[in-house]
Write a protein that binds this ligand. Structure first.
Ligand SMILES: [Fe+2]
Length: 355
């Protein structure tokens, strides 16, 4: 038999053991040992980085807790022209925000693609072409996908960029890797993102036309793969600078979501909250005075139609989807060692020779 106090301490210890990103914060939880000694000994055991005393300010540490739980997905076009200096500076800036693969996941957009010319020669030459891939030197090589397992949630990022131009494609090798991943774990709750929208509704309804999104052949294969993978629930993309939910081309239970750009009106980001019984998407606008001024100014783009095109409907921006996501669960302690070893490994598509 153990006391309530011991049981709570054991639960805290279990959470701290399970995931080395977990930390405990609160008033007097450290040296004092917490209320009634609940956290006594944890400071010595886990150190001051993970057992943190906070000021008497509940709103501050609740906010800090929410911030610590957030992760970011950036759906491409993070540089203007994919130059060596842009890619280098981007990498440095993102490294200050957090660890790629844990706090941040990103894919390549058409602006980040390899280029030809003197301005890009400092970047590695792409085999068989005259292009230099500066993005690939700092992030992932061209047309490589990644797959992360975030405590049961699989996140797959695609490189949907063409070598030249703004349209979207998925090369055979990357498609083969996507097919294999989904075939191996068809039921694992899976979120997929890439720069280019996928659906026919996106193709016909965006300002750039059908050539601006994923080509129809690859989009059709993607629909087939998702249709055979019940775990895939959401595909999110950028590129069109607008908030829009579109219908799948075939009757599959997958949401296809385009998310507006943060660089212009409506200047925000979408927040995805996952629950056992589904998920919720809400659009958040940036709040600094400078960002709001710029957002207001860029609202007049597209001959004044920017707001109607990019903001989307209330339901495009904010919605709830009921879905069984109970497969997303904490990893049992017995699996901790192997899980930790593979958790944030950057799994990229192997070359054809490796498969
Ligand atoms: Fe783009």
């Amino acid at each position: 038999m153990i006391t309530y106090r011991e049981a709570v301490r054991e639960a805290l210890r279990e959470a701290l053991d399970r995931d080395d990103r977990t930390f405990l914060m609160g008033e007097d939880v450290g040296a004092y040992g917490g209320c009634f000694g609940v956290s006594r000994g944890l400071l010595e055991e886990y150190g001051p980085n993970r057992i943190r005393d906070t000021p008497l300010s509940e709103s501050a540490f609740v906010g800090a807790g929410i911030g610590a739980a957030l992760g970011g997905m950036l759906a491409g076009d993070l540089t203007s022209d994919g130059t060596p200096s842009e890619c280098r500076n981007l990498r440095r800036r993102l490294d200050n925000w957090g660890r790629i693969g844990r706090d941040l996941l990103l894919c390549r957009g058409n602006h980040d693609r390899p280029r030809v010319g003197a301005d890009w020669q400092a970047g590695p030459r792409l085999a068989g072409t005259a292009h230099h891939d500066c993005w690939g030197a700092h992030f992932l090589p061209r047309q490589r996908l990644f797959s992360y397992d975030l405590d049961g949630l699989r996140v797959i990022g695609l490189d949907t960029t063409d070598l030249d131009g703004s349209g979207g494609r998925i090369d055979a090798e990357q498609m083969s890797r996507l097919r294999a991943l989904l075939r191996d774990e068809p039921d694992q709750p899976t979120l997929i993102f890439g720069h280019h929208p996928v659906t026919r509704e996106s193709a016909t309804g965006n300002l750039g036309g059908p050539g601006f999104v994923l080509n129809r052949r690859d989009a059709s294969i993607v629909h087939q793969l998702y249709g055979r993978s019940p775990g895939v629930f959401l595909h999110h993309s950028g590129h069109t600078h607008r908030n829009r939910r579109t219908r799948p081309d075939t009757p599959i239970p997958v949401e296809f979501l385009e998310v507006a750009s943060i660089k212009e009106y409506p200047a925000g980001y979408s927040l995805l909250r996952l629950y056992e019984g589904g998920y919720m998407v809400t659009f958040q606008t940036t709040r600094t005075a400078a960002a709001r001024r710029w957002s207001a100014r860029t609202r007049t783009q597209l001959f004044g139609l920017q707001s109607r095109y990019s903001l989307g409907s209330l339901a495009d921006r904010n919605h709830v989807v009921r879905r069984d996501l109970s497969g997303i669960e904490r990893i049992p302690r017995s699996r901790k060692a192997s899980h930790a070893a593979r958790r944030f490994r950057h799994r990229v598509s192997p070359s054809a020779a490796q498969r």
